[in-house]
Ligand binder design. Sequence first.
Ligand SMILES: Cc1cc2nc3c(=O)[nH]c(=O)nc-3n(C[C@H](O)[C@H](O)[C@H](O)COP(=O)(O)O)c2cc1C
Length: 191
Amino acid sequence: MNLKELLTGCRTYRRFLQEPVDEAVIREALENARIGSSGANAQPLYYYAVTSAEKVKAMQPLVKWAAYLPAEVGTPKEQEQPTAFIVVVKKAKAIPFADVDVGIAVNTIALTAWSHGIGSCIMGAINIEKIRELFGVPEEDQIRLVLALGKPSHTSTIVPVKEDGDIKYYLDEDRNYYVPKRAFEDVVHFV
Ligand SMILES: Cc1cc2nc3c(=O)[nH]c(=O)nc-3n(C[C@H](O)[C@H](O)[C@H](O)COP(=O)(O)O)c2cc1C
């Protein structure tokens, strides 16, 4: 897979085969995140790798799927749920740039996972208080994002944004995803 193929295929996945994610893949993804660029090199992030069956199960009701879709098609059913999670935490008193670090980290994790055929969903709609309780995250630290991970059981295809400008992703009859992206000329200005 070359870089363009990696970036094109690394979409959001929301339904998964019920196979565990190899711990080596999770370790490699987090190792790549660990060495990523960081504002002022402050390295304000740490992670919970959620791999045990018990904790993975406990996480399922604490994330919210596909806000643009009705739950009956957008939320994975019991046999479609992710088989691992990673929780991204920002330490207390982090500098404002730390949220950029969060973005770099989650994309690094997603891309590394996808290079091994593991799909992911970056998730901001999460039950922060329940996740804090589940892992004993210190009150002063901020749970920022979660990644859901697993081997995808659907496809996701980039399509152009139509003339009406609608950017909402949609499904076909097999619940495969189509994700509109704005045209190059609309987002890039050579000056
Ligand atoms: C910061 C961030 C938060 C997101 N939160 C959620 C979420 O809570 N639930 C969800 O199903 N998808 C979530 N997504 C996935 C987006 O919906 C998805 O990236 C977008 O529709 C584009 O699809 P693509 O990633 O395949 O390009 C999130 C993505 C990002 C970057």
